[in-house]
Design a protein around this ligand. Sequence first.
Ligand SMILES: [Ca+2]
Ligand SMILES: [Ca+2]
Ligand SMILES: [Ca+2]
Length: 218
Amino acid sequence: MMNTLKTSVLFLAVMVFVMPHAEAKRPWMDDFVDQYPQTAGSQLDDRGGNANACLTCHVVGSRRRNEYGADWKDAGKNSAAFVAIENDDSDGDGISNIDEINALTFPGNASDVPDTTEPTITILGDNPATVTQGEVYTDAGATAIDDVDGNVTDQIQVSGSVNTTTPGTYEIIYNVIDAAGNPAEAIRQVFVVPPPDTTEPTITRLGDNPTTVTQGET
Ligand SMILES: [Ca+2]
Ligand SMILES: [Ca+2]
Ligand SMILES: [Ca+2]
């Protein structure tokens, strides 16, 4: 009987304490996304079913706050606190909190850093390439690999042209941008050269042919 009473009192106490508190408390992630709308739907906005215990402020697999969550708490644990710690580098990865938020990387996880490396473009075939005047030039293309996005070859934009009617030096330009906005460019030179000279010189004999010379004369 006493145990039942104790349990009931405890349950009531918990309900009185927790329920109004939970209903009144606004999820901090809502404040975060209101402050930084660019993070909506990103990994920074992945709440994993818990509006507050997200990875932006908490250690993976734990309810413990990460460095960013701890800094935010120390700064006042409200919307203004997000702004107050924008120029800090909470996780010590060399990138400020606001730069990480704009790049959609975790400001409280040093192993998650913004992609600042442009893709690597590899020009296929000869560079410079040579084509004979009057022939058709077919470009061998290029491939592009990014450190984060992987193969971005299908996103290469090709510009430039080769006028094979006129000898000269032309350029084919390859441009690609990774998802983080880092641009890369590579250029192939194409030489248009005149056709090779395959006709031998013409020799014209002067005078009689055959020529007759009398013995003893010059
Ligand atoms: Ca950082
Ligand atoms: Ca980071
Ligand atoms: Ca990259």
